[in-house]
Design a protein around this ligand. Sequence first.
Ligand SMILES: Cc1cc2nc3c(=O)[nH]c(=O)nc-3n(C[C@H](O)[C@H](O)[C@H](O)COP(=O)(O)OP(=O)(O)OC[C@H]3O[C@@H](n4cnc5c(N)ncnc54)[C@H](O)[C@@H]3O)c2cc1C
Length: 310
Amino acid sequence: MGLLRSAFLAGSQSRWLRERAVNFKPVRRAVSRFMPGDDLEAALAATRTLQASGIGSVLTYLGENVQKPEEAEQVRLHYLDVLGGAKQRALDAEISVKLTQLGLDLGRAACETALTSLIERAAADGTWVWIDMESSDYTDVTLDIYRSARARFQNVGVCVQSYLYRTERDLEGLMASGGAFRLVKGAYREPPEKAFPKKRDVDANYFALARRLLAPEVLRAGIRTIFGTHDGALVRRIEEAGRQAGLRPQDMEFQMLYGIGREEQVRLAAQGYRFRVLISYGDAWFPWYMRRLAERPANVLFVLKNVFAG
Ligand SMILES: Cc1cc2nc3c(=O)[nH]c(=O)nc-3n(C[C@H](O)[C@H](O)[C@H](O)COP(=O)(O)OP(=O)(O)OC[C@H]3O[C@@H](n4cnc5c(N)ncnc54)[C@H](O)[C@@H]3O)c2cc1C
């Protein structure tokens, strides 16, 4: 793992750094590139703007590892507001949730109950709930919770990470009963026993998993696959693999994060691919933002420019 990436991922867990950075205006300005605002209204406004250019959204209220049941309940209620707000404004929005933000560290049963209530509401509104994948300490329980949710509901999917060695095997097991998967590279600090340390191996595994998800029997099974990446070369290889599999653009779905790869977002949507932008918002942005810096240390220059711009 690169030194800088490692430093940012370590920083993402530092309380000392978080307490100082969140009140530092230039950092907040830099963050706004990736986040339309702190609150739901800002996220819904961004959803509306994207929708005008044929791009759907997935909304994520930032936060993770809540420590009290009341916090988890507040997050659940917030997501119900998100679904209600999107429905009321006729916005094409799905939601993506972190299980530790719904109280997984406090107990699995309550977390599953909260998740179920969101999936039920989303189903009633004709939309979807995605389960984010967090660090590898949570992979087993996250996939387990996804499996039980998916046994009851059709409108739930889970994220899988190509940096983990185990993902190929996990995906084979999960796909046997259909499902919905968002394939990403992975954003956490993982040891070499669990994850490919070299980026080129993560990328190669991503493409291998993408091809697997484009196999004829997988397509026939009606599995919903999302390719979540900003890697232009990879996107083009996946587009080509899709063409070879006889797919039309509208049969394939890509997602990117708000503010990253905007030209590519517009290009994919204009070419007819199903496309969504994942919009993160909320005031708990520090660890999430550090992971964005870890992905692309060049973003640090952007922060510095804001610092010197005063
Ligand atoms: C829709 C979506 C959902 C996600 N959900 C999860 C999840 O649940 N769990 C999880 O672990 N990870 C998640 N991620 C993050 C993911 O794991 C990667 O960390 C992130 O997408 C960067 O990898 P990449 O595929 O874009 O490729 P990279 O090889 O990292 O980047 C390719 C190119 O994209 C651009 N780029 C990438 N990141 C940035 C950035 N931060 N700022 C500016 N440019 C950038 C650069 O041009 C870079 O060269 C998600 C990503 C997306 C798009």
